[in-house]
Write a protein that binds this ligand. Sequence first.
Ligand code: DAH
Length: 339
Amino acid sequence: MMNESSISKIQDSALAEISKTNNTAELENLRVVYLGKKGSFTALMKELGSLDADQKKIFGAKINIVKEKIIDAFEKRLIILKTQESEKRYASEKIDISLPVRSYITPAENGSPHPITATSKELEKIFSSMGFTIADGPEVETDYYDFQALNMPLTHPARDMQDTLYTNSGNVMRTQTSAVQARFLEKMKPPFRIVCAGRCFRCERIDAFHSHTFYQMEGMLVDKNVTVGHLLYFMKTLLKEIYGTEQKIRLRPGFFPFVEPGFELDIWYSDRWVELLPCGLVHPELFNCAGLNPNEWQGFAFGLGLSRLAMTRYQVPLLRYLDDSDLRFIKQFPRTLPK
Ligand code: DAH
C-alpha cells in the first residue's frame, strides 16, 4: 500500500546506492532499477493510477519531488565517476619521455640555482612588476656600443677607468651592461623601460671584491619629464623589495660619461657604506647618438652590482667564490628559486 514512508524509503535507498557506485556502468544499471521502464518509479506510477483523486494529488506531488532528487543525484554522480575514469585513463596513457638518470650522476642529486641566478631572477620579477621589459645583449661587444655610443669616444680618458679585455678582431669583452642601454636606445621607440642582467669582464687585479668576471644588472627608463625623484623612487623600491625592509642609503656625486648628473648610491650594510648602485639621468648625448631628441625625451639609468648584491645577501666573503664552480659552495644555497 502506498504511503509517505514507502516513498521516502525508495528515496533513501536510491541515494545511498548511488553514492556507493564505483563506475559509470554500475551507475547505469542502478538507473535502470529505479528510473527504467520496469523500475521502481514506473511501479509507483501504476499504483498511483488506482488511488482516488485527492490521494493522487498528494502522492503524485511527493513522487515527483523524490524522482527529481534522484535524477539530480544520478547526474552529479555521473560527472564524478566520468572524471575519475578519464583521469585514470590519462594516467595509464601517459608516455614518460624523460631519459633515465645517467649512472655517473647520483640519482637524488638535484641542482640548486647559483646565488647570481637566484638574485637576478628575483630582480627581474621585481622590475617586471614595475613595467620593465627583460632585455639581453652580447658578451662580446663592439667598441661602439660598449664605449662610443655611451659618450666615450676612442680617445676619451674615462675608458681608462675600465681595464678592458680586447679580442683579436678589435671587439671587447663587454666591460659593462650599459652597452645594452645603447643598443636599446637605438632600437626601441620611447617610452620604454628595460633591465638586463649579464656578465661583464675587466682586466682586474683580483681581491675580495674584484674579479675579471662579474655580473651587473642594468636598468633604463626613458620617458618624458623624468627627474632624479623618479630615479630615487625606483631605486628605493627595488632595495626594499630585495632586502625585505627599507634600506638606509646615501647618494654621492659619481662620474659616468653616459649620465648627467651621475651618482653613486651606497647602502648601509654591516656597519659600513657599500657602493652598490651607480646611477643617473641619461646624458643628452646618448639621445642624440640614437637619433632621439633630448629636449623631448629624458631617462634614468642604473648599473647594479649584481655580484656584490649577491655577496651581501648570501654572506659570501670573496667575490671569486661566485665564479669558481665549486660544488661545495653552490650546494649551500636553497634548492629552489625564490618565488
Ligand atoms: N656601467 C657602469 C660601471 O660599470 C655603472 C653604471 C653607472 C651604469 C651609471 C649605469 C649608470 O647605468 O647610469 O661602472
